[in-house]
Each structure stands twice: as structure tokens, then as C-alpha cells.
Write a protein that binds this ligand. Structure first.
Ligand code: FJE
Ligand code: FE
Length: 318
């Protein structure tokens, strides 16, 4: 937390920067946008059983994007999928874009989420589950959000929202689905233990928008669809970003400005931001704790079926 605060103070301290940075306007108000500090192309990689994901955020971005641990854009067809595997110490957010994903866990929780639906799963002290595709083509995003040290061992919890539960708004050629947080004056019903904003934006050709983001939060965008040269972030003369790229924003300023410079195609991207935890992160695959000793304990708990993994020995998905 200390590093994050210092960084925010540092940016805030350079108050004269506000005057020379590019301004964007929205509803007759002026905003100063964060600039892009890093761009990451989400490369294809194998995960689960025969599944291929585009990993946009991985270990190399974890420091810059605390509290976020991973972002995968998945596209999976049966018989591939993500069979029985555990999680501890964080939350997974699954947002289906096409098709469906069926989830089963070791406590009997089961269900299928389809295009537009969200499953916000708090793994806490332990979940073992399978996540398998339902249709021929199944696409979406899975985001991993870290939990603070005092919430890593809480009871697992699910928040499931069908597409119709997700608040939507539109103004000046900009549509937003508010998966977490607030935009255009509307709020998501999701409770975020680690304060998080998760917005799905679609901009008509030529549209522009500014989204406010708290100064100390880390923020990034992931481009899902864009026309050639369409997706411009931070400053109206910045270089455009292609699909399947993560853009990481600096901290500070009022938020994030975006322009769809394409004259024919819509721009779709997600904007995700969160309050940094400022804690050490030790990750061993699907276990994320603060220290190596806690990881060793987790491997032992999983192996012997203790401290939340009691059903590990008996349960298999159907
Ligand atoms: C995982 C084994 C796994 N990206 N995107 C090991 F199966 C997984 C895993 C996933 C996943 C699931 C969905 Cl639905 C979408 C994903 C990885 O389940 F993360 C690890 N480490
Ligand atoms: Fe999982």
C-alpha cells in the first residue's frame, strides 16, 4: 500500500502537469486522462485440458496491476475444458461472451452461465471445481482478483448475475454494461471485497468517452473488437491499439479517456480497475497467498483434505 500511495502522491504532486496534458471533454466538463504506460498483446497458450487461452495479464503485470493476478480471454470447444482443479486466496470472475460455461463445485454448487452472464466467485479458503464448455463455440473472459490477507481464508461465495441483472446505460453513442462499480450514474449490485470496477464498453464509430477512476487505483483496458486504427486511449493523438491487447494506465488524474477513431466499426473493450492491496504475492498455479509458508500449507491442506479442502478426497465432477 505504501508504494501505491507514494506513487499516487507523486503524480498528484505534479499539479502543473494537469495544464499541459491533453484534455477530453464530456457533458461540457473537462477531464485529464491517464496515459497508457504499457501495452501487452495477449498471446495464445494452453491451459486446462486441451483449452487455449489468450493471457493478457500474467505474473509480469502483477506488480503494476495489483490487485489483478490474471486475465484470460478463452475460446474453448468440447471436449476441451477446465476439469477439476482447486483455487485458494482470490476471486475469479467469469464473463461469457458467446456460448456457455457449466460450473460444478465440490460443495454441490452447479450451473451454466451464457453470453452476457457473470459468475463472480470468491474462492477464499478453498474451491475445487470444473468449468466446461456447453456449446460448440464458447468465448469469454476470466479475471483473477487477489483477496487481502484477512480475506484469503474466508468461506467461498458466489455472486451470479444473468445478463438481465447487469445494469446497462447509453449516451452519445457509448453503451456500457456495469459488471462491477459505477458508470453513467448506474451501479452494479456486485459486492467487491477488493474494491473493483469492471465495465464493458461499446463505442459507435466516432464516439468518445471519459470514465472516472479513483486516482490511487490501478487500471487497464482489454480490447475485444476494434476497426483498423479504432481504439485510442489516454490522448486523442495516441497510437491506436489492436484487438487482444491489454493497455495499462498510469495512476492518478481523473480517469480514462477513449476514442473510437474508426469510421465504420464499433469498438468494444472492458475497462477494469481496482484498489491496490500492497501486499506480497506468492503464487503457485491456482493458489495465491502472501508467503511461501502459506503456499506450503495450502499444498498440504489440498493433499490431506484440510482447512476448506475436506471434500478434496471424495469429490469428482460428473
Ligand atoms: C487454471 C488449471 C485450470 N483460465 N479461463 C490451472 F484449469 C485453470 C483454469 C482457467 C480458466 C477457466 C476458465 Cl472458465 C476460463 C481460464 C484458466 O480453470 F487457471 C489453472 N491455473
Ligand atoms: Fe477455476
Amino acid at each position: 500500500m505504501r508504494a501505491a500511495l507514494n506513487r499516487a502522491n507523486f503524480v498528484g504532486g505534479l499539479f502543473s502537469f494537469r495544464n499541459i496534458k491533453s484534455m477530453s471533454s464530456s457533458s461540457s466538463q473537462n477531464f485529464v486522462s491517464r496515459s497508457v504506460i504499457k501495452k501487452v498483446f495477449a498471446k495464445l497458450q494452453k491451459e486446462g485440458d486441451g483449452a487455449v487461452v489468450r493471457r493478457g495479464i500474467s505474473r509480469s503485470e502483477q506488480k503494476l496491476l495489483d490487485p489483478f493476478l490474471m486475465l484470460d480471454e478463452f475460446s474453448v470447444s468440447p471436449p476441451a475444458g477446465f476439469p477439476d482443479h482447486p483455487h485458494r486466496g482470490f476471486e475469479t470472475v467469469t464473463y461469457v461472451l458467446e456460448g456457455g460455461i457449466t460450473h460444478q463445485d465440490f460443495k454441490g454448487h452447479k450451473g451454466t452461465i451464457y453470453a452476457g452472464d457473470v459468475q463472480w466467485m470468491t474462492a477464499g479458503r478453498g474451491i475445487i471445481h470444473s468449468e466446461m464448455p456447453e456449446e460448440e463455440i464458447n468465448k469469454g473472459l476470466q479475471l483473477w482478483i487477489n483477496l487481502s490477507s484477512n480475506e484469503k481464508m474466508i468461506e467461498p461465495n458466489y455472486q451470479e448475475l444473468s445478463s438481465s441483472d447487469i445494469p446497462k446505460a447509453e449516451q452519445n453513442g457509448v453503451q456500457v454494461k456495469v459488471i462491477a462499480g459505477e458508470s453513467m450514474g448506474i451501479k452494479s449490485p456486485v459486492y467487491t471485497r477488493t474494491p473493483t470496477m469492471f465495465l464493458d464498453f461499446t463505442l459507435d464509430p466516432g464516439a468518445q468517452f471519459h470514465q472516472k477512476v479513483p486516482e490511487s487505483w490501478n487500471a487497464f483496458a482489454y480490447v475485444l473488437e476494434s476497426g483498423e486504427g479504432g481504439a485510442v486511449f489516454g490522448s486523442s493523438n495516441a497510437s491506436p491499439v489492436s484487438s487482444h491487447n491489454v493497455v495499462v494506465f498510469e495512476q492518478g488524474n481523473d480517469g480514462v479517456s477513449v476514442w473510437n477513431k474508426s469510421s465504420s466499426k464499433k469498438l468494444r473493450f472492458v475497462l477494469i480497475a481496482g484498489e491496490p492491496l500492497g501486499e506480497p504475492v506468492v503464487q503457485y498455479g491456482p493458489f495465491v497467498m502472501n508467503t511461501q509458508a502459506e503456499i506450503d500449507m495450502t499444498i498440504e491442506d489440498y493433499h490431506y483434505g484440510k482447512n476448506g479442502f475436506e471434500m478434496a478426497k471424495y469429490w469428482r465432477s460428473q
